[in-house]
Design a protein around this ligand. Structure first.
Ligand SMILES: NC(=O)C1=CN([C@@H]2O[C@H](COP(=O)(O)OP(=O)(O)OC[C@H]3O[C@@H](n4cnc5c(N)ncnc54)[C@H](O)[C@@H]3O)[C@@H](O)[C@H]2O)[C@@H](O)CC1
Ligand SMILES: [K+]
Length: 497
């Protein structure tokens, strides 16, 4: 599923109209039909449609015609005094020719009439503003949005909830809180922002008849991860295979007093299918692994020579969970970057020690995946967390491009990007917000890398499977822990093959 900003939609729209000769009114008609599909025509009877004067309003007027044709009771409101866009005007005239009464909303009394209609209606269709909104919502627009939010039983927004920036996720003063948003052609960037769900409700994408090659021509390779895409990438294990076919993961993790993180990362690597897993750590952590992950091998962290030799042989290295922010950790990171041409997954304290030293990443022999949460990303880039949260994709992409790494920026809608192609993950939930989850993900991704998946595929499959596993467990649990994920990840990956 493609993700984009509004300007891409304008480009593809322009190309379709000017170069392919598709009349814009046809695109509007297709958009309206896409919306009508979601209006529950077999259960609901009375609709209130509220239209602005731009093309979003035009879509809503076309929707009105289809509702009337389906025999529904519809009250139509046109808001504001701006001149109508051409296609909005066409649909307005058709309704007038059909004898449909369109009530203009230009003052407070009109708003009260709108309120009465909404109270009696089953569904409100919001076509006030689409991606053309660029400034603060004021006056009657502001009042109408408040009344809709206060009284509507179910609001369906066309393209974006009115008042919401499809580009940035910003709210322009006031915003519709929809139960569902039917958006066109691409998932809008702004929907990825924290808190956007409160305004969009469920988001559905409808095609409006623009050929894929036109979208691809302008699309900047941002995708929402879909299950079928992950399923295509996740392979069954071969009948005649042996452990040597599934690679060797080295986990460098854990320190005195922080042995849990290393156990979790190691066990996650084993449970997600690595042929061999070796933990490098202090004696306490090794003892824990001996007790809880008998399948794993281990090596004490003071055996420098042995470790460096092994680094040259393993397929992937996960480094960071529970290491502590110390010089020793920094030296370990340097050593890994220098000594392995396998894939390196850098997490937790191994990220923290790179603060102010990110150039080290450019010296890596192997591919690097870093898996920061927003706080770690803030430290790494010197930006505030708020800034990171407000522009997650762009910041992750820029970092990936500059340092030649894959960034897995964790959180709601985890981003996976190599700077060229970016994926946004839809799985995972609030029940998973507890210690150890990140260590577990690191183990899973490193394990998939060792099994031969490309670093990008391993990151996408790992993040998606980790979240899906958490979603399944959370169906019957209040909290999902890393141990829950470890116990179920093998089953989840199997279901994805
Ligand atoms: N491929 C496409 O892009 C298509 C787009 N369509 C629809 O067209 C929409 C975009 O249409 P437009 O570009 O005409 O823009 P909008 O309809 O989103 O908004 C523009 C209108 O709102 C007014 N306006 C903007 N900010 C305001 C404010 N703060 N207070 C009061 N009035 C304000 C403008 O004067 C103008 O009348 C999309 O969201 C979608 O719903 C569909 O018709 C199908 C085709
Ligand atoms: K809208």
């Amino acid at each position: 599923m493609k993700v984009s900003k509004g300007e891409l939609i304008r480009e593809i729209d322009k190309y379709s109209i000017e170069k392919l000769g598709i009349p814009s009114i046809i695109l509007m008609e297709n958009a309206a039909l896409g919306v009508v599909k979601h209006l529950m025509l077999n259960e609901k009877e009375y609709y209130v449609v509220i239209c602005g004067r731009g093309n979003n309003g035009g879509d809503a007027l076309a929707v009105t015609r289809h509702l009337i044709a389906a025999g529904k009771k519809v009250s139509v409101f046109s808001i504001g005094l701006n001149p109508m866009s051409k296609d909005c005007g066409v649909n307005h005239d058709i309704l007038c020719n059909m004898g449909v009464k369109i009530t203009n909303i230009s003052n407070v009394e009109d708003i009260e009439f709108l309120r009465d209609s909404i109270i009696r209606s089953d569904v409100v269709v919001d076509g006030i503003f689409g991606i053309g909104l660029k400034r603060e919502v004021r006056g009657v627009y502001d009042l109408a949005i408040t009344v809709i939010n206060e009284t509507s039983k179910k609001t369906i927004s066309i393209d974006v909830p009115s008042g919401f920036s499809g580009d940035t996720g910003e709210v322009f003063g006031n915003c519709i809180k929809a139960s569902k948003t039917i958006t066109f052609e691409t998932y809008k960037r702004g929907f990825l922002n924290y808190g956007s769900h409160e305004y969009t409700g469920e988001v559905v994408i409808e095609k409006i008849g623009i050929p894929d090659f036109v979208v691809d021509k302008y699309h900047n390779k941002e995708f929402f991860l879909e299950r079928k895409f992950i399923q295509k990438k996740t392979k069954e294990r071969a009948l005649y295979s042996h452990k040597g076919n599934y690679g060797h993961v080295m986990v460098i993790a854990g320190s005195e007093g922080m042995t849990g993180a290393s156990t979790i990362a190691t066990k996650a690597a084993v449970k997600s299918g690595a042929g061999l897993t070796t933990l490098i750590s202090c004696e306490d952590a090794l003892q824990a692994v001996r007790n809880f992950v008998p399948e794993a091998m281990w090596k004490k962290n003071d055996d420098s020579q042995g470790i460096e030799t092994l680094m040259g042989k393993v397929n992937s290295i996960a480094i960071g969970p529970g290491l502590g922010k110390s010089n020793e950790t920094l030296n370990n990171v340097k050593r890994v970057l220098k000594n392995t041409d396998g894939t390196i997954v850098i997490d937790a304290d191994a990220i923290n020690v790179l603060e102010g030293k990110t150039n080290l990443l450019k010296e890596a022999k192997g591919n690097v995946i870093i898996t920061p949460h927003p706080g770690e990303m803030a430290r790494l880039t010197g930006m505030e967390i708020k800034k990171i949260q407000s522009d997650r994709i762009e910041i992750a992409k820029e970092f990936a491009r500059e340092y030649g790494v894959i960034v897995v920026l964790k959180g709601y809608n985890t981003i996976i990007t190599n700077g060229e192609v970016s994926y946004i993950n839809p799985t995972g939930n609030g029940a998973m917000a507890n210690g150890g989850m990140g260590d577990c993900l690191t183990g899973i991704i490193a394990s998939l890398c060792a099994q031969g998946y490309s670093p990008m595929d391993a990151s996408c499959i790992g993040v998606y499977a980790h979240g899906e596993c958490g979603d399944k467990v959370s169906e019957h649990k209040f909290v999902v822990t890393a141990t829950d994920i470890i116990d179920n990840i093998s089953k989840t990956i199997k279901e994805l093959t």
